[in-house]
Design a protein around this ligand. Structure first.
Ligand code: MD6
Ligand code: FE
Length: 214
């Protein structure tokens, strides 16, 4: 949907799977402010490519804000209150991020969402996220709110098993996926991001995932 000025306006919510909604363009309006907030967070706690339990390195660069940050290293995946790079607590979640996440969750039928963790993923061209489940959170009853900014990507949305069929869902700057309920543990990933230049984000795709982790 385009208005007379060429700004994409929010589209109608689309059900991706039971409990999982795509909110097209929900974050397009504040996109510039969201990217500024990401820059502020990364000024305190830098993007880093973490080690996986298997000894590889993630191609996606990550950082976090909020009470809990998501971590991976040789000892496994987990949430922690201290950033191992800075030795300090993660930066406070900027209000603009927390409020956006709560509004999006409410729009998808999950009122009262108060995230305590925001994982920030940065994809350079060619980087991808393999199929995985999100299951490091203490209470799986809470949804995850996922905000896409910058370059577009194809979200891979599978099912209960790693080997089943996978939907390919294009995600653009400003799209939000809110995901909970029956599909909360479904396998998912991101196809390799194509090279490009986004007017606000430059050569990157950013993804914010808000969780109630603790
Ligand atoms: C990404 N997202 O879009 C990766 N996980 O860059 C995720 O892994 C994800 O978008 C759980 C819920 C929503 C997500
Ligand atoms: Fe995930």
């Amino acid at each position: 949907m385009l208005d007379l000025f060429g700004d994409p306006s929010p589209g109608s919510p689309r059900l991706l799977a039971e409990g999982a909604w795509l909110l097209p363009g929900f974050a397009t309006g504040p996109g510039r402010a969201l990217l500024t907030a990401i820059g502020t967070v990364a000024g305190h706690t830098p993007f880093r490519q973490m080690e996986t339990p298997g000894g590889g390195r993630m191609s996606v660069a990550m950082t976090s804000c909020g009470h809990l940050g998501w971590l991976t290293d040789r000892s496994g995946y987990r949430y922690g209150v201290v950033d191992p790079v800075t030795g300090q607590p993660w930066p406070t979640m900027p209000l603009i991020l927390a409020e956006l996440a709560a509004r999006a969750a409410g729009a998808a039928g999950y009122p009262g969402f108060q995230p305590d963790s925001c994982l920030i993923n940065r994809y350079a061209p060619g980087t991808r996220m393999g199929l995985h489940q999100d299951r490091d959170e203490a209470d799986m009853a809470h949804p995850i709110v996922s905000v896409s900014l910058g370059l577009p990507a194809i979200f891979l949305f599978g099912g209960r098993t790693r080997t089943g069929p996978v939907q390919r869902v294009p995600l653009h700057h400003g799209d939000i996926v809110v995901w909970g309920g029956p599909s909360r543990r479904f396998y998912h990933g991101v196809a390799p991001v194509a090279a490009g230049e986004h007017p606000l984000a430059g050569p990157f795709r950013y993804n914010l995932t808000f969780r109630r982790a603790g």
